[in-house]
Write a protein of this length. Structure first.
Length: 319
């Protein structure tokens, strides 16, 4: 019995030690705040605990503690949000900016000043900008986007007049600064009825039917393209001076030419088919008798190239 009780305690302890999986806006806020602190001032900041809950305005009014920095955030369509930094978090950020490290001494409890707010405003804006960037394809973008630092309050009394009496999304985080040198809390409250940007939905992959329509249209355009063919009755070699002196009406000896042995070639000299001379509806025509395999069309006939290239080079030099 005693051993079974110990096993239950160990099992329960293991369950409690499993970290909570954070998704959506909380996960994005954790990444954005840590990245902003690291990039802006080289500060190691970690959220050791984080929660997201809906809260009323009256519940928000109880959040700020004595000597906490109260920051007003301005958002889209005149929306207002709230961010609260505990004295320990504020002190750690200021220490990192002024002396380059977070000390392990307790934070001095004092009322935050306008200078304190100005020193953390760029960090807040950078973190909020990162939060928005992380949620471009999430529905949470609607209530998190567009908020930036607006001002700070010396105490919490004006909050009831400044903030709208609506429901808020509250992200409450436990913060560790400088690898645990200082710990505190940060609260971020934004109107739950978001008025910001809508997420970008990824384009749906094309359906197979759409692909088939596209392939058919592309195939139709390709098949409508023109291709020039040359019917070759015979190839011959002539002296260059004779070629340059050719005139209309001069006869050419065709030698072994035959009307039933005509080669059909492309403009590059590649043989495509064989045929014979004939007629169709009173017009001269070539009937295809056999075609060349596709694998044989990769390069022109070397014999044809040998005859064509020297003549082309000579004509270029003489022209």
């Amino acid at each position: 019995m005693e051993q079974s009780g110990i096993k239950r305690k160990i099992s329960q302890s293991r369950k409690n030690s499993v970290p909570t999986v954070v998704k959506g806006a909380p996960k994005a806020w954790k990444l954005a705040f840590a990245r902003a602190a690291r990039d802006a001032m080289g500060l190691e900041l970690d959220m050791t605990a984080l929660s997201l809950n809906r809260r009323s305005l009256n519940e928000l009014l109880d959040l700020p503690t004595d000597c906490a920095l109260i920051v007003m955030l301005e958002g889209p369509k005149d929306g207002l949000g709230l961010m609260v930094l505990s004295p320990e978090v504020l002190a750690g950020i200021l220490e990192m900016q002024m002396v380059g490290k977070v000390s392990g001494t307790a934070a001095l409890l004092r009322r935050p000043t306008r200078t304190d707010a100005a020193m953390v405003s760029s960090l807040i804006d950078r973190a909020l900008d990162g939060l928005e960037a992380e949620l471009l394809q999430s529905n949470d973008l609607i209530w998190t986007s567009g908020f930036r630092y607006a001002s700070f309050l010396e105490d919490a009394r004006p909050l009831a007049l400044l903030l709208e009496d609506v429901t808020y999304q509250l992200m409450q985080a436990d913060i560790s600064l400088g690898n645990g040198a200082k710990t505190g809390q940060v609260f971020l409250a934004l109107p739950a009825d978001g008025k910001g940007r809508h997420p970008k939905t990824p384009d749906a992959p094309p359906s197979r039917a759409a692909e088939m329509v596209f392939e058919a249209a592309l195939g139709a355009q390709v098949m409508e393209a023109t291709a020039d063919l040359v019917a070759v009755l015979v190839r011959m070699k002539l002296p260059l001076d004779m070629i340059l002196n050719l005139k209309v009406g001069d006869p050419l000896p065709l030698g072994s030419a035959a009307l039933d042995k005509i080669d059909i070639e492309g403009l590059n000299g590649t043989r495509l088919a064989g045929g014979k001379l004939g007629q169709n509806r009173g017009m001269r025509a070539v009937r295809f008798m056999e075609t060349t395999k596709l694998t044989d069309l990769t390069r022109p006939d070397p014999a044809v190239q040998a005859q064509m290239l020297p003549l082309a080079s000579v004509l270029q030099r003489t022209g």
